[in-house]
Design a protein around this ligand. Structure first.
Ligand SMILES: [Cu+2]
Length: 476
């Protein structure tokens, strides 16, 4: 049954002008950081294919302001943001502010910024916005996977209540935005094999902050706050910090109640975490390693044989080092300690409505579907799939009936995960993207707050999204 179901699936540096346009812009290690000043962040993001340094080579990939990843946007709750997107690609694009609770009229994935055009996104971040590690990336339908896989992604930090905790204030801070690339002979993003596009394109070049195995320094007896962002188009990471503890302090949309020591960290596309790492071990190097995650490859290889691993955009499962934590040999008298408490996660009120969302592979003739469905419907521009009331709380049961992993992402509002495969979650978290392995079921609770309008939910394997695994949610 499952095999048949799977088979059915087959039918350079920015210009000085740009810098001067950015208030509060600085560069560290060549990575542009645009920080809000006096409550305003204003900058231009120029999307363009350029030669950049990528890992240990030069590659002509898609960049914002000539950087991969794009500039770090660093703002506070209550700030005003004004981003001018300058589209110097040869295809339409737009921007999605992943992790922001703002109106879908602004964070509008249906908006098109044509090739050669500019568009100004201007909005206020709510003053009660949760402390969040987010990211921005293109979300132009049918082009999303290609543009993100080409390199277009950048971090978006929202500072707030979590930053006020004394132990967090004392911690040093690092970002690790993880991407995978696949390059052709010209060192440009390669065109994936059609099967790889359906499967979800992956690259064999795994980079953190555009570098191969970047070094992140951690003072001995210090505390490191590490923000991890999976900005890959399809790849699901299974990460471990070898021979060293790390403690979860925040998920996609905010802090958890108290630090939780992690072992294995599964991070699907779109997901983020914040971790605290105490520098209380022997000085030396500790690696963050990525282990293969079974997204459904076994089944594909069973169906098509080893030869699929030769197809452009499909990679063989392997272990790779993503980054190295390096202890500076510097003794402090007083070791910094982990905070005992972070921020309480208030449970959402019980739900007024229950809904079911079935992720599967099938055909929706009305939408001219290419085989990826939610509730037997593929995405169709202008067709509302789900209508909810502003202010309501709902429980959504998301059932993955498919043989592939499908991480589920909801725009605009955050949610709490209630259970996985019938088992209650051990602690409350705020999320906007939840991993679903093949045949898993997850129940989430969401309250539609503040903003009416049309927004979307979709699979964050971006090839699946482009192929229809997306629905329009209207909040009225
Ligand atoms: Cu998917």
């Amino acid at each position: 049954m499952r095999r048949r179901q799977f088979l059915s699936l087959l039918a350079a540096a920015p210009s000085a002008v740009l810098i001067s346009q950015c208030r509060g812009t600085s560069r560290r290690n060549g990575w542009q950081r645009a920080k809000s000043q006096n409550g305003l962040l204003e900058l231009t993001l120029q999307a363009k294919q350029r030669s950049v340094s990528l890992g240990n080579q030069s590659a002509r990939v898609l960049s914002y302001n000539g950087q991969v990843p794009g500039p770090v946007l660093d703002v506070k709750a209550g700030d005003r943001v004004a981003v001018t997107l300058d589209n110097q690609l040869d295809t339409p694009t737009n921007l999605h502010y992943h992790g922001l609770h703002i109106s879908p009229d602004i964070d509008n994935v249906f908006h098109e910024v044509a090739a050669g055009e500019q568009y100004r996104y201007e909005f206020d971040i709510p003053s009660n916005h949760p402390t969040t590690t987010g990211w921005y990336h293109p979300h132009y339908h049918l082009m999303t996977a290609q543009q993100v896989f080409g390199g277009l992604a950048g971090p978006l930090i929202i500072r707030g209540e979590l930053d006020e905790i004394p132990e967090i204030q004392q911690a040093s801070e690092a970002l690790l935005l993880i991407q995978d690339f696949a390059l052709n002979d010209q060192n440009e993003p390669l065109q994936p094999h059609p099967l790889a596009e359906r499967w979800g394109r992956e690259g064999n070049l795994l980079l953190g902050n555009g570098q191969q195995n970047p070094i992140i320094e951690l003072p001995q007896n210090g505390l490191l706050r590490l923000r991890l962002i999976n900005a890959s188009a399809s790849r699901i990471y299974q990460l471990q910090l070898l021979e060293h503890p790390w403690h979860l302090i925040a998920t996609d949309r905010g802090a958890i109640a108290e630090p939780v020591e992690l072992d294995n960290l599964i991070l699907s596309p779109g997901e983020r975490v914040e971790l605290l790492i105490p520098g209380d071990r022997e000085p030396g190097d500790y690696v963050i390693k990525s282990f293969p995650y079974e997204r459904g490859t076994g089944e594909m290889m069973a169906a098509f044989g080893q030869s699929v691993l030769q197809m452009p955009g499909i990679t063989a499962p392997n272990e790779q080092v993503i980054a190295t934590l390096r202890y500076e040999r510097r003794a402090r008298t007083e070791p910094l300690t982990l905070p005992k408490k972070l921020l309480s996660v208030e449970p959402l009120p019980s739900a007024q409505h229950q809904r079911q969302f079935i992720l599967n592979h099938g055909i929706d003739y009305e939408a001219g579907s290419t085989g990826f469905t939610i509730n037997e419907k593929s995405f169709m521009m202008g067709r509302v799939n789900t209508r909810v009331s502003l202010g309501d709380t709902e429980d959504w049961t998301i059932i993955n009936k498919a043989s592939l992993a499908h991480p589920f992402h909801l725009h605009t509002n955050r949610f709490q995960v209630l259970s996985r495969n019938g088992k209650p979650e051990p602690y409350l978290v705020w999320k906007d993207t939840v991993a679903l392995a093949a045949y898993e079921t997850v129940v989430i609770r969401v309250r539609f707050e503040d903003f009416p309008g049309k927004t979307v939910y979709h699979c964050h394997v971006l090839d699946h999204e482009d192929r229809g695994m997306m629905g329009i949610l209207e909040i009225v």
